[in-house]
Design a protein around this ligand. Structure first.
Ligand code: SF4
Ligand code: SF4
Length: 278
């Protein structure tokens, strides 16, 4: 089963849920897809044993064949090409490697080169098969690194995908194909606002989902009321607790120190399993 953990906004405790859930289960693979700011390994401390570059294809223009007609730059929706009287400028960070410029070129002048945009790293911690991706500094396209991470999904395991925050393309890329999505929120007006956006996206993707309220006790009851009205299951509430906050600040997953929570996460997993099978 593939469970993705998402949230409409950053800082709600998505990675806390992903790591604590992973540490509570057997036969687990945890993949941190927040490639701009992966932080699951702060809690897991997996020893990284393998690294693999992630590359994308970038057009390379053959200036002998090219007649500078401009068709490629007219086609490119991402403004990654500019044709001047005797040159074609390629802005490689903007290129989405769609291949369209090659298709429209009448002179067969478009070739390809590879550009490394990030890396996928693999390690093991406390029996968890762990992957995370890192987008290179200055790169703006997270999708190729997320795709490379998702190729590592091992369906013989219980797979947990820690999604990037927000509701944009990297989240959709991560959550796509999941059997279930956990949306993590907090009971504040900001939490509710961003939860509603995330719910809209996940509903469009037709993925079953439920909500975990983190730092329960701060804010108000509007998130719960919203979930009730929308018939969204509240799967778990994690209280706003000094003990949990202190462990978090030391990078210690709270299930390791408060073992009752391990049972809670195991129950949560069984509940999700039965919902997915139903
Ligand atoms: S479409 Fe082909 S020939 Fe025309 S400017 Fe682009 S690369 Fe050159
Ligand atoms: S591959 Fe696509 S995005 Fe990249 S330059 Fe060509 S048309 Fe633009």
């Amino acid at each position: 089963m593939i469970i993705s953990i998402a949230s409409g906004k950053g800082g709600t405790g998505k990675t806390t849920i992903a790591t604590n859930l992973a540490l509570s289960l057997d036969n687990v693979q945890l993949i941190d897809c927040d490639v701009e700011e992966p932080n699951a390994n702060i809690f897991l401390n997996a020893k990284i044993k393998e690294r693999q570059d992630v590359s994308v294809n970038i057009p390379e223009i053959d200036k002998i064949k090219c007649n500078f007609c401009g068709k490629c730059s007219e086609f490119c929706a991402y403004n990654a090409l500019a044709v001047v009287p005797s040159d074609v400028l390629v802005f490689s960070e903007l290129c989405h490697s769609c291949g369209g410029c090659e298709l429209v070129c009448p002179k067969d002048a478009v070739g390809w080169s590879e550009r490394v945009v990030g890396v996928v790293e693999h390690g093991v911690a406390e029996g968890i098969d762990f992957y995370h991706g890192l987008l290179n500094v200055g790169e703006i396209q997270a999708i190729p690194v997320i795709k490379a991470l998702k190729r590592k999904v091992d369906k013989s395991k219980n797979v947990i995908l820690d999604a990037p925050p927000g509701t944009s393309c990297p989240v959709i890329e991560t959550v796509g194909g999941s059997d279930y999505c956990i949306l993590v929120t907090e009971s504040t007006p900001f939490g509710l606002h961003d939860l509603k956006l995330a719910v809209d996206v996940i509903r469009h993707m037709c993925i079953p989902f439920g909500v975990i309220i983190n730092r329960d006790g701060v804010g108000d009851k509007k998130v719960e009321r919203y979930c009730q009205n929308e018939k969204i299951p509240v799967l778990m509430k994690i209280p706003h607790s000094e003990e949990i906050a202190k462990l978090y600040s030391k990078g210690i997953p709270f299930v390791n120190e408060l073992p009752d929570w391990k049972n809670e996460f195991q129950h949560l997993f069984s509940r999700i399993q039965s919902e997915v099978k139903a």
